[in-house]
Design a protein around this ligand. Structure first.
Ligand code: ATR
Length: 292
C-alpha cells in the first residue's frame, strides 16, 4: 500500500469497532483493483453531528456506519435512498458536494448473497426470526422478491407488528406484489402452528452468536422439518446451532459471511461508481473464511 497526498480516505464509524472486518475487505478490494484508497476504523464516541461534520470537513469520501448509529446518523445526512428510508437505517454514507448521502447496503448485500447462492424467494414461504435492525433489513429485502407469505417471528410481538406495518406501507407505496394477509407475525412459542413446508428461514437474532454457541432461537423439531433453506445472519461461529438443526433435518444452511462481504462490495461500488468483479468478491470471502 502506497499512501500519498492523493489517497482517498474511507472508513467505518461505530462503537465498538475493534473487531470490524470491514477494513480487511475494503483494503483488499482497493489493492486488487489498483485503486488509490485506504479504509480505516474510527471509534466514534460523542456528538454525532460533530463527528459527521468532522469527517465531511476532512473530505472522507465514504463512511460505513455500524452499531449504535445506523438510525441516529440519518439526521445528519442531506438525504437517503428509498430503501434506507423505508428500513429506517443507513450503513453507507457517500460524500457529495452538499453533504453525505445515505444508503443501506445490508439490504443489498443480503440480496446479492441470495443471488450468488441461487436462492429465489419468489412464490416461496419465508420466515424471519427476530425483529431488530437486522431482521428489518432482511424483511425489506424479502418483500421486494414477491414471496407467497412472510412471517415475522419474535419474542416481543409488538416489534414484529411494527415491521409488518412498515412493510405493508412500503408495499402499498411501491406496488410490491404482496397482500396484507400474506404478511403475518407470531411468537416463537407458536411456531409449531406454521402451515405447510418448504420454508426459507432467515435467522436474524443474536441467539447463537459466539460465545453463545449452544443456543438456538427455535427448539421445535417440527419447524426444522418444514425448513428447506436456513440463512443465519451470524458468521461466527461458521456453523451455528440453527444451521446444524436445519442441516440435520435435511435442509441447506448458510451463514452471514457472504452478506458481510457483499454489503462491503455494494458500498465500494456506490463510492467508486464501478462494479467489483465476482472473482475479487470471492477472494475476499475466502480470506475472511480463513481468518475468522
Ligand atoms: P440488531 O439490531 O443487531 O438486529 P437487536 O435490535 O438487539 O439487534 O435485535 C435482536 C433481536 O433478537 C430482537 O428481535 C430480539 O428479540 P426482542 O425484540 O424480543 O428483544 C431477539 N433476541 C435477542 N435475544 C433473544 C433471546 N434470548 N430470545 C429470543 N429472542 C431474542
Amino acid at each position: 500500500m502506497n499512501i500519498n497526498g492523493r489517497t482517498a480516505v474511507y472508513g467505518i464509524i461505530g462503537n465498538p469497532v475493534e473487531h470490524t472486518m470491514s477494513p480487511a475487505i475494503h483494503n483488499h478490494i482497493s489493492q486488487a483493483l489498483g485503486i488509490d484508497s485506504v479504509y480505516v476504523p474510527f471509534r466514534a464516541d460523542g456528538n454525532l453531528e460533530n463527528i459527521v461534520k468532522g469527517l465531511y470537513s476532512l473530505g472522507v469520501r465514504g463512511i460505513n456506519v455500524t452499531v449504535p448509529y445506523k438510525t441516529d446518523i440519518m439526521r445528519e445526512l442531506i438525504g437517503v435512498d428509498d430503501v434506507a428510508g423505508a428500513v429506517g437505517a443507513v450503513n453507507t454514507l457517500k460524500y457529495t458536494e452538499k453533504g453525505f448521502y445515505g444508503y443501506n447496503t445490508d439490504v443489498m448485500g443480503l440480496e446479492r448473497e441470495l443471488e450468488s447462492e441461487g436462492i429465489s424467494l419468489s412464490g416461496r414461504r419465508v420466515v424471519i426470526l427476530g425483529a431488530g435492525g437486522a431482521a428489518r433489513a432482511a424483511a425489506f429485502m424479502c418483500i421486494s422478491k414477491s414471496p407467497a407469505t412472510l412471517t415475522i417471528v419474535n419474542r416481543t410481538r409488538a416489534k414484529a407488528e411494527d415491521i409488518r406495518a412498515s412493510l405493508l406501507a412500503y408495499a402499498r407505496d411501491n406496488n410490491a406484489g404482496i397482500t396484507e394477509d400474506a404478511v403475518s407475525t407470531m411468537e416463537p412459542s407458536d411456531i409449531t402452528g406454521l402451515p405447510g413446508s418448504g420454508y426459507i428461514v432467515f435467522q436474524c437474532t443474536k441467539v447463537g452468536l459466539y460465545p453463545d454457541v449452544d443456543s438456538c432461537i427455535i427448539n421445535d423439531e417440527g419447524f426444522f422439518e418444514k425448513t428447506e433453506t436456513g440463512i443465519d445472519l451470524i458468521y461466527k461461529p461458521e456453523t451455528t446451532l440453527f444451521m446444524k438443526r436445519v442441516m440435520d433435518s435435511g435442509g441447506k444452511a448458510y451463514n452471514g459471511l457472504k452478506m458481510l462481504v457483499y454489503q462491503a462490495v455494494c458500498s465500494y461500488e456506490i463510492w467508486n461508481g464501478i462494479s467489483v468483479p465476482e472473482n475479487v468478491a470471492e477472494d475476499v470471502y475466502k480470506i475472511l473464511k480463513g481468518e475468522r
